[in-house]
Design a binder for this molecule. Sequence first.
Ligand code: MN
Length: 231
Amino acid sequence: MSRAAEFVFPAPAVPALQIAGRSALFPVRRVYCVGQNYAAHAREMGHDGRTPPFFFGKPADAVVPGGGRIAYPPETGNFHHEVELVVALGKAGANIMRENALDHVFGYAVGIDLTRRDLQAEAREKRQPWDVAKGFDCSAPVGQIHPAADTGHVAKGAIWFKVNGATKQSGDISDLIWPVPDIVSTLSRFFMLQPGDLVFTGTPSGVGPLQRGDRGEGGIDGLGTVAIEIV
Ligand code: MN
C-alpha cells in the first residue's frame, strides 16, 4: 500500500513552539508533567513534602505557544497559575540512565501549568483522575524554547510568576526535588520518550488564582518569559 492516507476530515495541526535563534519550529508530541517537585509547594498543597513527586499528563493540543490571550475556562471558580521549567526532548529513549539523561534534552522553556484547583481538590478527595483539573483546553502556555546547545543545561536560577505586576511565586530551579536528569530517567522507565515530548517539571510555592482581566507573567533566569492575559 503506497497510497497516501485519506482522512474523513483534515488531520489536526501539530502544536509547535518557537525556538530562540532558529527559524524551524519544535513540534510537540506529548506533554508530561511532574507533581509536587518542590517541597514548599507540596506543603502548601497539604502534604508533608516527603512523598516522592509523581507524573500526570496534558494533551499536546493544550499547549498555547507563546502564551497570549487565554479564555477563563468553564466549570471552575478557582483557576490557578503554576509557573514551571519545561524540558523539551530531542532524542528518543527508554530506561535512560541518569548520567545520560541530559543527552536527550533539546532545550528549555518557561511554561504555565494552568489548573482548575477546585476540580483537582474534588478529584483528590474522590480518588479520581486529574484530567478535567489539568488537561483542559489552553491549559499549557509555553514560551520560546532555548536550545541547550546555546544556553547549556538548566540546574539553577530564579523562577517566578507575577500577576498584574505583583510577584506571587518565587523560587529557584536548584530546589527541584527531582532535578532534570532524575525526571528524564524516571519518566523513561514508564514511557518510550520521543523527540517532541515536553516535560513540565513542577511548580514552586505561591500558586494562586487568576481572574478575568488579570495579566500573568512567568519567567526563569536565562529562558525569558511567557505572558498571558485572562479574558
Ligand atoms: Mn504543576
